[in-house]
Design a protein. Structure first.
Length: 411
């Protein structure tokens, strides 16, 4: 048979094979597409109950200016597990049983982090331990924090510092009482927390009770917290580019001011490293920065400090302020707490850390304050890593999950 004829027959065979297989391939594609779409629609149809979203804006109006309160009210209608549309599918949890499903039993499926647009300024989400995905770098940062900041040896080493800072607070209160001046509990508590943290990290006091510096630093940190907690319209497609509310612009300014402060401490410590006798957290972090087996850059250090200061100052001050407010509202509780202190510690004596285990009522006061006034009412938003299910309802991949700790505490 001529070669040309052979080639022609091969071409015909290939054409026939293609014509035979093409319909089968198209049928399979169509089948799986329809099956997948049907499965997705069926999955979406099993979402938790919730208010009907409006076109474009979704459920933005239902969230209100105090989302924890608004979502608590909605949960009384739709239950402890509900869904809303806030730029993306959002699942809100308002009961301890449901929260346990997310935080413990199915934590791997809910281990992702939703990064709000406001925290993408200054590339915070690329360095902040609170928003990094579970990875080797994230685990390394957690290990560094555990070894350099939260280890028992480090905590014990700064016992004298904590006692000194508390004594300064007591002296300030006594002086104010002697001169007949009112004490701003929130400002005094913030100054105490700020000095305790700054001395632990940098071996310096960043504020004084008779100075406006602490108020300026408090305003800076509070501006970050307030701006971060505002309802952000930028989660709508395209609006993040124009920043309609100016939240990202103001946060960028505040973050840059804090970074400038930290840059000053880091540069000064590097210049004086040879003659420095400090053995604080910054020293430990800079030593790790020089080691090749630790991936800890200067950017990591600065963003770690950006995580620690708002978390370790305003939250402490806010809790103390709320505790005092609640005790003043409840004179019987105040009297019982004072009676316990008098019996265990004695009058005109400082409460030592070793006394805390002997003060169950005082511990109950602190825990009750945490219950009524959580510092982060909706906790840090989580992201669903894979399609999951809670209480028989579907929770789709990439959905945002909010745990309403404020509602759970008042259940």
């Amino acid at each position: 048979m001529p070669a040309a004829e052979t080639e022609r027959l091969k071409a015909m065979d290939i054409t026939a094979l293609v014509l035979l297989l093409l319909p089968c391939f198209l049928w399979l594609c169509f089948h799986f597409l329809i099956l997948g779409t049907t499965h997705r629609k069926s999955f979406q149809a099993r979402l938790p109950p919730g208010p009907r979203p409006l076109p474009i804006i979704g459920n933005l109006l239902e969230s209100g200016d105090k989302p924890n309160l608004s979502l608590t009210t909605l949960s009384k209608t739709y239950g402890p597990l509900m869904s809303l549309k806030l730029g993306r599918s959002t699942i809100v949890i308002s009961s301890p049983e449901t929260a346990q499903q997310v935080l413990t039993k199915k934590d791997q499926s809910f281990s992702g982090r939703t990064v709000p647009n406001v925290f993408q300024v200054a590339i915070r989400h690329q360095f902040s331990m609170g928003f990094l995905p579970a990875s080797a770098h994230w685990r390394n940062l957690r290990k560094i924090c555990r070894m350099q900041i939260f280890c028992p040896q480090r905590v014990d080493a700064f016992h004298g510092l904590r006692r000194k800072v508390v004594q300064q607070l007591l002296d300030h209160v006594r002086e104010s009482c002697s001169s007949g001046q009112a004490v701003d509990v929130g400002r005094a508590a913030f100054t105490t927390a700020l000095n305790m943290l700054s001395h632990t990290l940098f071996s310096v006091d960043l504020a004084h009770y008779d100075s406006n510096l602490s108020q300026g630093f408090k305003d800076l940190i509070q501006s970050i917290i307030v701006e971060s907690g505002k309802p952000d319209l930028a989660f709508f497609p395209g609006l993040s580019l124009v920043d309609p509310q100016g939240i990202q612009r103001r946060l960028t300014v505040s973050f840059n001011k804090l970074v400038d402060v930290f840059d000053g401490f880091i540069n000064q410590r590097l210049m004086l490293k040879a003659s420095s006798t400090d053995n604080d957290v910054l020293d430990g972090l800079l030593n790790l920065n020089k080691q090749h087996d630790h991936e800890l850059s200067c950017n990591d250090i600065k963003h770690l400090l950006l995580d620690l200061f708002p978390a370790g100052t305003d939250t402490t001050a806010s809790t103390i302020e709320w505790a005092m407010a609640e005790l003043l509202k409840n004179p019987k509780a105040m009297a019982k707490a004072r009676e316990e202190l008098s019996e265990v510690v004695g009058k005109d004596k400082i409460v030592e850390e070793s006394d805390i285990s002997k003060l169950p009522y005082l511990q109950a006061v602190v825990k009750e304050t945490f219950r009524l006034h959580p510092t982060i009412p909706l906790l840090v938003p989580r992201k669903v890593e894979t399609d999951s299910e809670i209480l028989g309802y579907a929770v789709p991949k990439n959905a945002q999950v909010l745990v309403n700790a404020w509602a759970i505490g008042r259940d």
